[in-house]
Design a protein around this ligand. Structure first.
Ligand SMILES: Cc1cc2nc3c(=O)[nH]c(=O)nc-3n(C[C@H](O)[C@H](O)[C@H](O)COP(=O)(O)O)c2cc1C
Length: 420
């Protein structure tokens, strides 16, 4: 943790009672002179909603794009932009501000700014406090934003490579339409994605270098083109597991049934509908994965035939619905010649632990996460138990992302260290 506040600097509004994924974290947000500077306001709002305290520092050029009053109002703290600020009692804002931060996030980061800090230059407040930070205590996250031609210049790419080698984390940039009207790589990541990256930066990288495959959501088994069999799985838990694995440093593929949810940032999602489609996608990816976490609520049965046209409503008895069993995707992956570490979920309405144990043994899994179906489906929180051959670990009720992080920690414990 960083040291306590230097009394000579007014600190951002105290949020001792804050809750959220960044509660108690102190973020120094640097804003440099690019068009994307306006998005810094939204980023501050998101950071504060997650409980972070935010101190903004702008470059001179940033002030051409965004008035400091907006950032001051949103952070609840005066904005600093001057190395020679006479308001700071000891005259050393660059030391005080950098000591006070758990992370420095520069969004947007201009080509100019990246060049300066890649070379250890510090001719203004923001670059000086980046240089003055204590690396071990204060992560540096940079969200570049610039025209595609600027981004692809060898000089900029050299600077980016140097910054990565020096331990900075580059967030994006994304590809797409640019403010100048051109299209390509160089757009700043959206504030919501930057927020996810900041939250991830505080998580231990226990799955660094690992590949993780996750399934999530329900499947949908067609009866005819407009009707089908599905279930109430929301995908929340599976998406949380995918996010937690990514936070832990893994490369994550998420095979998702229809949920309508946005994929966690940085996770490769494959959308499927039926159990058969999910099976194909999973088997296509399973050979290349270290861990498989099967969270999806795969329909056990599907109609034997999906009618090619809508079945007409007719008087008399409803049409018969013959069902056949769907493939057991998890069992199939666990039976591969060189299976990944396999983790299942057991959502049952009664005898949850017994069912979890039976599943663990029948499918020869590394662990099964047991939960009460009626409590967990669609909810934001859950109460779980991790069941393996030797013990049962209860995970008391908590938000699903927190539960997912605990599951990821347990998985990391089971894995041998990755090959060098
Ligand atoms: C209208 C306008 C838009 C600009 N947009 C960007 C941009 O998106 N990214 C960038 O790297 N530079 C951009 N620049 C150039 C920077 O503002 C310029 O390099 C400045 O010196 C950056 O200063 P700073 O790094 O201290 O903030 C833009 C300049 C102008 C006039």
């Amino acid at each position: 943790m960083a040291e306590s506040h230097t009394p000579s600097l007014p600190s951002p509004l105290a949020r001792e009672d804050a809750t959220g994924l960044l509660a108690g974290r102190r973020i120094l947000l640097g804003v440099t002179g690019g068009i994307a500077a306006y998005k810094a306001c939204e980023l501050v709002r998101l950071l504060r909603a997650e409980g972070a305290r935010v101190q903004a520092v702008m470059t001179r050029a940033a002030r051409e794009f965004l008035g400091p009053a907006s950032l001051q109002a949103l952070t609840g703290s005066p904005v600093y932009d001057d190395l020679w600020d006479a308001r700071v009692a000891d005259g050393m804002a660059h030391i005080a501000l950098s000591r006070d931060a758990d992370a420095i996030v520069v969004a947007p980061a201009t080509a100019d700014f990246l060049g300066k800090i890649a070379n250890g230059l510090c001719d203004d407040l923001l670059s000086t406090l980046v240089l003055a930070r204590r690396n071990a205590r204060c992560a540096l996250l940079l969200a570049p934003a610039m025209n595609v031609e600027m981004w692809t210049q060898p000089a900029v790419q050299r600077n980016v490579a140097q910054l990565r080698a020096d331990g900075a984390q580059l967030l994006g940039p994304a590809s797409g339409e640019q403010a100048c009207g051109e299209t390509g790589v160089g757009r700043m990541l959206e504030p919501a994605a930057i927020l996810e990256e900041i939250i991830a930066a505080f998580q231990p990288k226990v799955l660094q270098g690992r590949r993780v495959l996750v399934t999530a959501g329900p499947t949908y088994e067609a009866i005819d083109p407009v009707r089908g069999i599905t279930n109430r799985s929301s995908g929340k838990m599976g998406y949380a597991v995918a996010r937690a694995a990514r936070e832990a440093g893994a490369t994550v593929t998420l095979v998702s049934g229809p949920t309508g949810r946005a994929a966690p940032h940085g996770v490769h999602r494959i959308d499927v509908r039926s159990a058969e489609e999910m099976r194909t996608a999973v088997l296509g990816a399973a050979g290349d994965t270290d861990v498989f976490v099967a969270v999806a609520a795969v329909a056990d049965w599907r109609p034997e035939v999906a009618a090619p046209r809508k079945i007409k409503k007719a008087a008399g008895a409803p049409p018969p619905l013959a069902l056949v069993a769907n493939p057991d995707i998890l069992a199939e992956v666990a039976r591969l010649a060189e299976p990944p570490l396999c983790v299942g979920f057991a959502a049952e309405t009664e005898d949850v632990i017994d069912h979890a144990r039976a599943k663990l043994q029948a499918k020869r899994l590394a662990m099964v996460i047991a939960n009460a179906a009626q409590d967990a489906i669609g909810a934001d929180e859950s109460e779980l138990a991790i069941v393996d051959e030797t013990r049962i670990r209860a995970l008391p009720r908590a938000p699903k992302l927190e539960q997912a992080r605990r599951i990821i920690a347990a998985i990391a414990e089971r894995l041998a260290p990755p090959a060098a």
